[in-house]
Ligand binder design. Structure first.
Ligand SMILES: [Ca+2]
Ligand SMILES: [Ca+2]
Ligand SMILES: [Ca+2]
Length: 174
């Protein structure tokens, strides 16, 4: 999968209502939805961190500040540097919300809760977990998770990214 195709899949996930624009509300709902899915309250320090990093990421992505991000705006922004400075901290913060025992790893149910809260079908999340859990110990580490998404968005190719973002043949839009 080339980088543009990979970015289109990520953009489609961010654009929850499918209108072709990622709104600020759609983006900020991500941290809120993960917090809800993991039973955390708004004043949980990890939730506050995720929200703060999300707001910072949004300010960086919505370059013209009109409250919406088109695919062209996203594609112009996305890349290795944006990932490392902006996306990786957000993904790490969301991972931490799902890591209820704070041991730096997620089991399949925690991972699926995280990714379904982020708009991925459960079957994709389970396939992504299997692709990432290469030693089969039933756990996925924080660094491996972030590195696999980085490989996807920078076009290096990521079995986990392909499993996570590609819609299954049976996918029927809601
Ligand atoms: Ca939208
Ligand atoms: Ca914009
Ligand atoms: Ca854990």
């Amino acid at each position: 999968m080339n980088q543009t195709a990979a970015q289109r899949l990520v953009f489609a996930m961010l654009d929850a209502d499918g209108d072709g624009i990622v709104s600020r509300d759609e983006y900020m709902a991500r941290a809120r939805n993960v917090a809800l899915a993991t039973g955390r309250t708004e004043d949980d320090p990890l939730v506050v961190t995720a929200r703060t990093l999300g707001e910072r990421a949004w300010a960086s992505m919505d370059a013209d500040g009109d409250g919406g991000m088109t695919f062209d705006e996203y594609a112009a922004w996305a890349g290795a540097e944006a990932f490392d400075t902006v996306c990786a901290p957000v993904l790490g913060a969301l991972f931490d919300l799902a890591d209820t025992d704070a041991d730096g790893a997620l089991g399949v149910s925690e991972f699926t809760a995280l990714r379904t809260a982020l708009n991925n079908p459960a079957t994709n999340a389970e396939a992504a977990f299997a692709a990432l859990d290469t030693n089969g110990d039933g756990r996925v580490g924080r660094d491996d998770y972030i590195a696999s998404i980085r490989a996807h968005v920078t076009g290096e190719g990521s079995p986990m990214g392909t499993a996570l973002y590609t819609r299954p043949l049976s996918y029927i839009p809601a």
